[in-house]
Structures are given as C-alpha cells and as structure tokens.
Design a protein around this ligand. Structure first.
Ligand code: ADP
Ligand code: MG
Length: 704
C-alpha cells in the first residue's frame, strides 16, 4: 500500500517544491492523499453576485466590493449607527447596523467583502440594513464568478497557491483513489464515486455539486470509522459470554420497595433497557447519561440488586473516595433492613482491613461492593462478578474493561455520567456503548430561573430583587472569577473602545468590599475562597449553612459538594468568562430545595457571541441541552477539552458540520456488520482499509 502514488510525498506533485511541502506539512498535510482529503473550510459562491445596475429594491441579493469608508455615530435616541461603505464597480453601496458598535472593528479599509440582504434606495444610493457579510481573500477579489473553495492556510501560503496545488493533485491523482464502496451499495445510497466526489468538492462548479461531493467524502470517512467501532463491538461480543440475570417481577417489586418514592419515567425506561441487556447473555456495555440530581444512583442500585438476586456480585466504582463514601451512605440507607452482604473498599483501609476485604470478595461473601479504583488492582479477584457500575467517568476504556474479565466471562458494565456529552460525540467516542438517557428530574424540582444581566441600569433591579428575597429568609451566592486585585468592576460602565476581554475580572475581595458598602449594605455578608485556611472555610460554610451569613461572596470553590437548600439566589460576575457547563453546574447549587432558584449572570460588554452563549442558559434548563447548544456554537473541542476532539481519528469529516451523517453512518456500519454483508468479497477492499486505519487503535483484527 505504501507504494501507492497517493502515499507519495507532496514534493513529487507538480508545483510543490521543498518549501511548499514544508508549509503543507505544518498543517499535517504530507502525502497526496492527505491533500486530497483536506476539505475546504467553506466555499465562496460568486455565481450569485448581482451587478449594481441589476439590483431591485427589497429583493434579496449579494453585492461585492471594496471597503472605502467606515463610520460609527450616536443617534439622537442614544443608540449607535454604524455604516460601512463599499465600492462596487464604480458605485457606492452602504451597509448599516443599529446598536451593534462592535461591527466596526471587523472591517478594515480595502477589505473585499460581500453583502447579502435586501437593498433599499436612499438618497440615490443603495443601502443594506444589517447585511450578512462575507470577507473575501485578496485573491478572490479579482475572481469573476464561480464557486471558490477556501482552505485553511499557513504562513507563506496564499489561497490561490493552495487552490492551484489542490487542483493539480485532483487532476492527476483523484482518478487513482480507490472507491472501496461496492457499486450497488453506492447506488442504493445515492452516493457518487469517490474520485468524482473529490473533484466536486475541490473544483466545484455549483454550490449543489460542492455539497454533494462534501457529503460523499465525509460519509466515506465516518463510515470507515463507524465500521471500526462495529467490528470492535462484534469482537467483544464473540469473545465473551456474560452472565444472565433473568427478569423477575418478584425481584422487581422487592427492589422498588426499598425506595420511598416511585421511579421517574426516565428511571423506569433506563431500568428496562438495562434489564433487557442483563438477560440477553451478551455483556452489557451501556452509558447512562443524566443531569446531576436526576437519580442515576437509584438506577445503579436497582441493577446491582438484580445481579445479587441472580447470585452474582455487583460492584459500584466511583472516581474519588468522597464519592465512594457518598454512595456507600446511600446504599446503607436503602439496604438498612436487607441481608445483602456489602463492603466498602477504598485506598484508606489498613492493610489488615484490606486483606480481609479481599478475602470476602474472593470467597463470594461480599455480594455488593462499593469502592474506588482500588477495586481494579491485580490482587482483587472476584468469586462471581456479574455487574460493574462505574460512576462519573466517561473515559473508561477497553483495557480497564478487560481487567474484569475472568475465563472469557465478561461482567456487564454500566457507565454513568452527568457530563453532558453532545449526541454527536456519543456516536463517535462512545459508538460501541449503548446509550440510556434520562432527561427529566424527579418531581418537585423547579428549573433555576436564569437571567442575563448586562451592565447598568439592569443590575440595580437584580439587587433589589435579591434584597427582597433575602429579607424573606433566602440566601445568596455571589460568585466571582477571581479572589483579589483588579480594577473595580462592580456595575462599572463598559470600557471605552469596546475592549472586550481586556477588562480585569471581578475579584471576590473587591466585590465583597463594594457590596458591603453598597448594594448589600444591610445584609450579613461572608467571603469564601480557596486561599482561606481549611478552618476558616469550614467556619464560613457553617455560618452560611446556619443562616448567620445571608450572602456569600465566593469563587468557584462552591462548585462541588456544597448543599444549602435555603440558598436559592446566585449572582455570577463576569459570567462570560466561565464555560457554559461550569455555569450550569454552578447554578445547580441553587436548585436543590423546595424554593424556586434564581441565577443572575452579570455579563460585561455584550458582543453577539457572549450574548448568544449566555442566552443558551436562559433558555435551556437541562445540562444536555446546554451542552448541545454550546457545541453548535463552539465546536466539540471546546466543549470537552481539545484533547478528546483531537483524539478522533477523522480525515475529512467535521463533527459539527457533518453531524447528521454520524447517525446515518453508524446505522449503516452496524447493519453491514450485523447482517454479515461486510464479510462478503465485495467489501474486502473496504475491510482492509478499515483495519489499516483502525485495527491497532481499536484492538481489532479481521476475523473479529
Ligand atoms: P444523580 O446521581 O443522578 O446526580 P442521585 O441518584 O444522587 O442523582 O439522586 C438525587 C436525589 O434525588 C437523591 O436525593 C435521590 O434520593 C432523589 N431521587 C432519585 N430518584 C427519585 C425519584 N424517582 N423521586 C424522588 N426523588 C428521587
Ligand atoms: Mg450521582
């Protein structure tokens, strides 16, 4: 395969010398194949640009021109008016924006842009109110129509040069790209051939052609990936037998009696999905996703008790000792009158205790075991392990799972997470996990009413509201991004020049002092942050819990573990500095008790970006919906941390752009593998390709 011309170093391509090859390598493009599968980041459609003389009032159109004038001014009513004039074939056209002063910063004199919108005729000139703007590369400014692909570039490499290099590669090498999809499969799914698709996407003649090519190339990439996952899943299923926990209504009734409440619909559904897996004879591998407080532990305990009822051991594993202790306490409460033998295994046992615990696990005396990672050490062996539940850890990999396997018998695994993982990431990262999602919270919980509060005058109203609630007995958290120093920013007007991100973040100490002298002058205030001693922190928390402190100015130290049901108010300073997932966790602190919770997000200067992000929290109450919306705006890397995204071994597909294809390719891949079609000679080439790409990574082999 290495001799394939497609794997040649780019230096051999017409028009690419050592220097160009160096530049391309910087972007991770080394071979001809790399280049062919580097898709444009977008395209510029110049086929629809209208000539000035052809413009019709109020009919949507696009005009192209060079920026010749920029101005921003105040209107009589106190708003702002921003104007950008462009020159289009000898005429002037203006774009106008009301109350969006930041727009001005995006333009430079002599930029080439396209305005799209509905033009109006004013004083002999065409004007576009609030037009959509696209910036052209200087290269594109001379282009006469057509659909132009635009690529990521690197220093020293210009757009027209990149286009030329890609064109050469497509013309010479695209026909050599093997289409590994059998013709009848392609026809069935209306997919063009791969060489043709590469031509469509890199050298498009219409926007429709471009999309068709893009779809095909991304499909190929994702299908190969999903086939890898499907093969891995099959390998696991073939390798392992799993214990069978038969469903029984008697056991079901006995378990339900342990809880003082009926299960939610989400819990019932998750439980029934789990029970089906547990009775199937194949090892369950399921991810249970639900917001904090949705009642995952209940589901875990249910599953564990079915294991015990079937005569197997069940394990509940938590990432930290504190969480293990918490689960243990819950379990003890539930099982107070039960004879189920249980055991807590953490790193802090004495040697003697540990030895004894290991013995009870080995001889099967211990039926239900709660613990930390200490549970997957070599010296722990189980008598009859049937189910492992792993809490709050979504990166539990293939290898750890294998550690529980004994004699080809694999226990069932249930992984639980409150990290809202967007659906499309689930389909890739967790493509071989079945997914159960619980969206609702137990009855009686009210979503935290969340409000974005721009600078004055709105803040005064928020403080009024907070003072009133405190007077009626509630308590408040005031969260700041920093502890000390910095300029005073409490209710400060936006800085001149709209310098987003250059203001100092609000500091807890400063805010504390200012609130004490100002908005919360008659309120008992406390201050809590990470630099206080452990005793100081504890004393402050105690005072807050007992109501001696009415409002607590703090940093994000309160993010985890603090539970004060009477605290129902939260203010977050400089909210735009926090991630949305973090803000969602934070506001969870005021949604615990019987009273309605309120969260006020104080934001600095409002740009469209910060506004739309914070609006997500105003509109969405569930962590999933927050994450999903955030993902759409920022892309997967920022939601989960870049590393996880970088881990995805994709060539051309983009998780945001190609989201709809994830589910399609997953279904296609699973069906091909399940029905055995993938093992037919027709698919041999694709199978080789998949194993080349993913065999090592996913620990699969052809026979799988
Ligand atoms: P999670 O682990 O999903 O964050 P927990 O399992 O800790 O949530 O449950 C949160 C709280 O909700 C617990 O106090 C639990 O007793 C309670 N709870 C769970 N399920 C229900 C239910 N169906 N009805 C009422 N309360 C419930
Ligand atoms: Mg939990």
């Amino acid at each position: 395969m290495d001799e394939s011309p497609l794997n040649r170093n780019l230096q051999f391509l017409r028009g690419v010398g050592p220097q160009r090859a160096e530049q391309l390598a910087r972007m991770g493009i080394r071979t001809v194949s790399d280049l062919l599968f580097t898709l444009p980041r977008d395209v510029l459609d110049l086929t629809r640009v209208t000539k000035i003389r052809d413009i019709v009032e109020d009919v949507a159109c696009q005009v192209r021109g060079r920026v010749v004038d920029l101005d921003g001014r105040q209107t009589k009513k106190g708003g702002t008016l921003t104007g950008v004039a462009i020159e289009c074939d000898g005429n002037y056209v203006r774009g106008l924006w009301f109350n969006q002063p930041w727009i001005l910063q995006r333009f430079r004199h002599n930029d080439f842009v396209i305005f799209s919108g509905k033009p109006k005729r004013r004083a002999g000139r065409w004007e576009f109110g609030n037009p959509h703007v696209q910036w052209l590369d200087p290269d594109d400014s001379e282009a006469n129509g057509g659909v132009l692909p635009r690529y990521r570039l690197t220093e020293g490499l210009k757009m027209h040069e990149m286009r030329r290099i890609v064109r050469n590669a497509v013309e010479e090498y695209a026909p050599l790209v093997a289409d590994t999809l059998p013709a009848d499969f392609r026809v069935r799914n209306s997919l063009p051939g791969l060489p043709e698709a590469l031509r469509l996407v890199h050298l498009p003649t219409t926007i429709e052609n471009y999309r068709k090519g893009l779809h095909r190339v991304a499909y190929q990439d994702l299908l190969e990936f999903q086939l890898g996952i499907a093969l891995r899943r099959r390998a696991w299923q073939r390798l392992s037998k799993a214990p069978v926990f038969p469903a029984s209504s008697k056991v079901d009734a006995r378990i339900r009696r342990l809880f003082p409440f009926p299960f939610t619909r989400g819990q019932d559904l998750a439980i029934s999905e789990i029970c089906t897996d547990l009775a199937s004879g194949q090892a369950m591998h399921r991810l249970l996703q639900a917001d904090v407080g949705a009642g995952k532990t209940v589901v875990a305990i249910y599953a564990l008790l079915t294991a015990v009822a079937a005569g197997y051991q069940g394990v509940l594993m938590a990432p930290t000792e504190v969480l293990a202790q918490q689960h243990w306490a819950t379990l003890e409460r539930c099982l107070a009158n039960s004879r189920v033998e249980r055991l807590l295994l953490t790193g802090s046992l004495t040697t003697g205790e540990r030895r004894q615990a290991h013995e009870r696990i080995r001889n099967g005396q211990a039926q239900l075991i709660v613990g930390t990672q200490a549970l997957i050490q070599k010296d722990v062996s189980f008598a009859r392990l049937g189910l492992v539940v792993i809490d709050e850890q979504h990166r539990f990999g293939v290898r750890q799972r294998a550690q529980f396997a004994v004699d080809g018998m694999l226990p069932h695994t249930l992984v639980m997470t409150a990290t809202p993982i967007p659906r499309s990431l689930c389909l890739t990262q967790f493509g071989d996990l079945e997914l159960s999602v619980m969206r609702e919270l137990p009855p009686g919980r009210q979503p935290v009413s969340t409000h974005r509060v721009p600078p004055e005058p709105n803040r005064a109203k928020a403080w009024d509201f907070i003072r009133k609630k405190i007077a009626s007995g509630r308590q408040a958290y005031i969260v700041c991004p920093r502890i000390e120093g910095g300029a005073a920013v409490v209710d400060a007007p936006p800085p001149a020049g709209d310098a987003v991100g250059r203001t100092e973040p609000a500091a807890a100490e400063r805010v504390f002092a200012e609130l004490q002298a100002g908005a919360l002058r008659d309120i008992k205030l406390g201050l809590l942050h990470g630099q206080l001693s452990a005793e100081q922190k504890q004393a402050t928390m105690q005072a807050f819990r007992e109501g001696e402190i009415q409002a607590l100015v703090c940093t994000t130290v309160i993010e985890v573990g603090v539970d004060v049901p009477n605290a129902t108010l939260m203010v977050v300073y400089d909210a735009e500095r926090f991630g949305l997932a973090q803000l969602h966790q934070l506001r969870g602190r005021v949604g615990r008790g019987q009273y309605q919770g309120y969260c006020f997000l104080f934001s600095g200067v409002a740009t469209p970006e910060t506004t739309s992000r914070l609006e997500i929290l105003e509109k969405q109450v569930s962590g999933f919906d927050v994450a999903e919306a955030d993902f759409k705006i920022r892309g997967p890397g920022d939601v989960l941390g870049t590393r996880q995204h970088g881990d995805l071994p994709l060539l051309a597909a983009d998780l945001v752009r190609d989201e709809p294809l994830l589910a399609t390719t997953r279904d296609h891949a699973q069906e091909l593998v399940r029905l055995g079609e993938f093992d037919s000679p027709e698919f041999a080439a694709l199978k080789i390709r998949v194993l080349e790409r993913f065999g090592d990574l996913m620990e699969i082999t052809g026979g799988g």
